[in-house]
Design a binder for this molecule. Structure first.
Ligand SMILES: Nc1ncnc2c1ncn2[C@@H]1O[C@H](COP(=O)(O)OP(=O)(O)OP(=O)(O)O)[C@@H](O)[C@H]1O
Length: 543
């Protein structure tokens, strides 16, 4: 009866032990998964030259999900079983040596072979897994891009093309998967049959030892049972080894991204953070190449200066380099020679955080995030000591002509704008982007003027918001706010203190409107062309 009681206690204890052990590893696996994701996300959000040029962002977002999950899962499942098997193997080994050291040594002749084989197999699987994860990520990137752009896919009836593209990646993944399965079958064949062969040898030699009276037949039987248990332990360690190598293969890519060239959040705090900013921007003999196209010079000996509180316009033919100048001022890219200065200090010397506090930008195609209008307006300031009050948000919304359409929405400022702001019109998005720029009270306002995407009414609304910004910059209230506008509309250009005509990466003319008209060069040609287009449009409308 006592024995039965003991058995019950042991069974319950072992159940509890295995349950607790399992849950501990689930917690550990979950933590590994989340920690990896957080580290990767924080590293991806770190400011880095040229990172904006990554075309396959889906590849990266997939790393955030699938690779980190794989690593976490393998930790949960395998480390747990690995530890259990290791204890089993060590215990059994001790018992085996206690029975017969000669038989034990014989039982181990396969170990060196299996060790070498496992090492080779591990390396193979590791490199293969890396490629497989890349193929999966590429597939994810295609599906993400297609699903998030369904209206375009549908409009161009590109469903079959997208499917073929996706299937191409999946087929490549499957081929690699088959290769991995064949390698596994070879590895498993050798690593399973070798111990069986060794068992046959042990039975043969053990029989001799029993006949010579060196060990009893009972000891031989127990040795064989230990051997079986040992082989079970080894085979589960082998299995775990291959799964863990897979996880390490996946983790390799994650770590590669995490520790790429300019990693680490602390770098973000580095750099100068002066208490004041005058807002004087100067470009001196700047030459620039984009990392994605290192052979194409985009800016060539570019020099310009923006005195504090002035308004300058950049105009000229498409592709001339106007937006590239704006990116350099924000220090999104590094010039290859020359200097980009803010208040006589090179922009790379400032901390990126400080720099972005001084500069606000309204992009040509403003990007909104899938959150409420209120949160979009105070984007980047939320949760900081610069977070604007609701009154302030409403004030800038009024100034940027957003107030009318926001007040007509049922949830007002709490209205969700949808993924990339799809639930708003182009003009509405643009006006929210202007409010977002104004609420930051910048010292330098960069404006990449949007023209084509807006209808006449929206254009009027956006234009009057821009005019207001320019007026603010000129007024005492906005003293010191310099404005750099990539301008297409004559009305905006005309108001600028200095106009720079940019062609093929160089300033070909500069001066104010009347000076440049008098010069009768590239600028006046540009103005004439615009007026002609305007006249044509007007006559067509009248007809
Ligand atoms: N991220 C990038 N990677 C590589 N090349 C780029 C990148 N962005 C722009 N370019 C190239 O740099 C050149 C200048 O582009 P930029 O956008 O500065 O011209 P732009 O004058 O602003 O044109 P637009 O008036 O059409 O906006 C173009 O030839 C363009 O193809």
């Amino acid at each position: 009866m006592n024995n039965v009681k003991k058995l019950i206690v042991v069974s319950i204890l072992s159940g509890v032990f295995s349950g607790v052990r399992g849950s501990i590893f689930m917690v550990v696996g979950g933590r590994v998964n989340v920690r990896l994701r957080l580290r990767l996300m924080s590293s991806l959000l770190t400011y880095e030259q040229g990172f904006f040029d990554l075309t396959k962002t889906g590849d990266i977002t997939s790393r955030l999900s699938s690779d980190t999950t794989l690593v976490g899962d393998q930790v949960t499942l395998n480390v747990n079983v690995f530890l259990r098997s290791l204890v089993q193997v060590i215990g059994v080994l001790i018992f085996m040596f206690m029975v017969s050291w000669q038989l034990s040594l014989l039982a181990f002749i396969s170990v060196p072979v299996i060790t070498v084989l496992s090492k080779w197999y591990g390396n193979f699987v590791r490199s293969l897994t890396k490629v497989m994860q890349t193929k999966l990520a590429q597939g994810n990137s295609v599906s993400e891009a297609a699903i998030s752009s369904m209206p375009t896919v549908r409009a161009f009836d590109a469903g079959p093309t997208e499917y073929r593209e996706f299937k191409g990646h999946m087929d490549e993944y499957l081929a690699l998967n088959t290769k991995s399965a064949i390698a596994y079958s070879g590895y498993a064949t050798v690593s399973t049959s070798l111990p069986q062969l060794v068992t046959a040898l042990v039975v043969f030699y053990g029989g001799l030892l029993v006949r010579n009276g060196d060990i009893s037949s009972g000891e031989l039987v127990s040795f064989l049972l230990y051997l079986q248990s040992l082989s079970d332990g080894f085979s589960s360690i082998g299995y775990i080894f291959s799964s863990l190598t897979q996880a390490v293969g996946a983790a390799d890519k994650v770590f590669e991204l995490m520790y790429r060239k300019r990693p680490g959040m602390p770098q973000q705090q580095h750099g100068l953070e002066p208490n004041t900013c005058r807002g004087e921007v100067t470009l001196k003999n700047v030459e620039m190449y984009y990392p994605a196209r290192p052979n194409r010079r985009v800016l060539n000996d570019m020099s310009l200066s923006v005195p504090p509180g002035s308004i300058i316009a950049l105009c000229g033919a498409s592709g001339g380099g106007k937006s590239s100048i704006i990116s350099l001022v924000q220090h999104m890219y590094e010039q290859s020679s020359g200097k980009v200065l803010l208040d006589d200090v090179e922009v790379h010397e400032y901390s990126p955080r400080w720099l972005s506090q001084q500069i606000s930008i309204v992009q040509q195609e403003p990007i909104l995030f899938a959150r409420s209008i209120r949160r979009n307006i105070m984007y980047g300031l939320e949760g900081t000591d610069r977070e604007p009050s609701q009154d302030e948000i409403e004030r800038v919304a009024r100034l940027s002509n957003c107030d009318d359409f926001i007040s007509k929405m049922p949830m007002k400022y709490e209205t969700e704008v949808g993924e990339r702001g799809v639930q708003l019109s182009g003009g509405q998005k643009q006006r929210i982007a202007i409010a977002r720029a104004l609420v930051r009270k910048p010292k330098i306002l960069l404006l990449d003027e949007a023209t084509s995407a807006l209808d006449a009414e929206s254009e009027h609304m956006v234009q009057s918001a821009i005019d207001y910004m320019i007026e603010t910059a000129r007024s005492k209230d906005g003293a010191g706010m310099s404005v750099m506008i990539v301008a297409h509309r004559l009305s905006t250009i005309r108001n600028a203190d200095t106009i720079f005509v940019v062609q093929d990466g160089q300033v070909v003319e500069q001066g104010n409107h009347s000076e440049l008209i008098e010069t009768d060069g590239a600028y006046s040609a540009l103005v004439r062309r615009q007026m002609n287009v305007q006249k044509k449009l007007e006559s067509q409308t009248i007809e």
